[in-house]
Design a protein around this ligand. Structure first.
Ligand code: 13P
Ligand code: SF4
Length: 319
């Protein structure tokens, strides 16, 4: 029995966040775009869930007034570059990316100057400043296709992910000058534990994101972007998969193929470091508050935005 009134919900958050977010979507004419590495509840409230390419394509074609980007900073920034007059919200402005951070603009400028005559193909996981110094942007789903379209005698710098760069070199036979960046999540998978899992699950196939190191990729039956991995697992006759990418994707894999079994590839240490700490900074509560308060907003200096627009547009045309 209560002697006084029952406590009020903390932070004045509505009890039903799903309903409150749906109402705000209508009120703001907003679209919620979410990456597969987001928490499951965020994926469930999103209007579109996709890989980096799909999200950029959605951002370039949406007629919503407000884009709520449930992903990391470089993804929301790409949406803003494509939509300078729209309000682009990121639930947590600190949701960065270790790969983007591994390519500081001043060092990259010097690297570019040390390689005259090279064109720059940059993976979308980089800051707007790096995009502005690039000729073409790519994602994990179109990197091979884009490099294949560049004349064979044209030298290329590929930045910032060395693992994706090496994979593209293998697939295209091209000699790329690689910036030595990498993703802290995709470098954490343990080859030894993956092999152990294969021994314990002999029917299972390893599927992997090309940001993984070559020691992991060599065990994979299929390598692709998050969307490609999802489609492959759905369409394959195989029933068991060891998934070497951030395990947020498994939510959609299980939804699409409920009778299949998905095992997250384990990290080297006994930690949850195969989960992206940046992506996971976003929560449903923060997403609601961002929409309610129309902040935090992505803003960019106009000269950087204009310079970064061209290489992204080139990618969308070449994809
Ligand atoms: P995708 O292009 O597959 O979405 O990959 C994005 C990413 O950040 C992988 O770490
Ligand atoms: Fe960046 Fe890696 Fe997180 Fe992807 S998984 S957002 S590359 S830190």
């Amino acid at each position: 029995m209560f002697l006084s009134a029952p406590p009020k919900p903390q932070n004045n958050l509505p009890r039903d966040l799903f309903k409150a977010i749906s109402e705000l979507k209508k009120e703001l004419n907003a679209v919620v775009l979410a990456h597969y590495y987001q928490d499951s509840d965020i994926q469930d409230i999103a209007d579109y869930i996709g890989d980096s390419l799909g999200l950029s394509q959605q951002a370039s074609s949406t007629d919503a007034d407000v884009i709520v980007f449930a992903g990391v900073h470089f993804m929301a920034e790409t949406a803003k570059i494509l939509n300078p007059h729209k309000l682009v919200l990121l639930p947590d402005l600190d949701a960065g990316c270790s790969l983007a951070d591994s390519c500081p603009p001043a060092e990259f400028k010097a690297f570019k100057e040390a390689h005259p005559g090279h064109i720059v193909v940059s993976y979308v996981n980089c800051t707007a400043e790096i995009k502005a110094m690039s000729d073409i942007i790519c994602t994990s789903s179109n990197a091979v296709k884009i490099v294949k379209q560049i004349p064979e005698d044209q030298p290329i710098i590929f930045a910032p992910d060395q693992n994706l760069g090496r994979y593209v070199m293998e697939q295209t036979g091209r000699d790329l000058v690689l910036w030595q960046g990498s993703c802290m999540v995709h470098e954490t998978f343990s080859e030894k534990k993956i092999v152990q899992l294969q021994v314990e699950n002999p029917e299972a196939e390893v599927i992997a994101h090309p940001e993984c190191e070559s020691s992991v990729l060599r065990h994979a039956s299929y390598i692709g972007s998050t969307t490609a991995l999802l489609k492959y697992s759905q369409n394959s006759d195989i029933k068991d998969f060891i998934v070497a990418t951030e395990p947020g994707i498994i939510h959609q894999m299980e939804k699409a193929a409920p009778n299949k079994h998905f095992i997250p590839a384990p990290p080297i240490n006994n930690c949850a470091c195969n989960e992206c700490p940046h992506m996971r900074l976003n929560t449903l509560e923060k997403l609601y508050l961002a929409m309610k308060n129309k902040t935090p907003e992505i803003t960019l200096p106009e000269d950087i935005r204009v310079a970064a627009f061209e290489p992204i547009q080139r990618m969308l045309e070449m994809s």
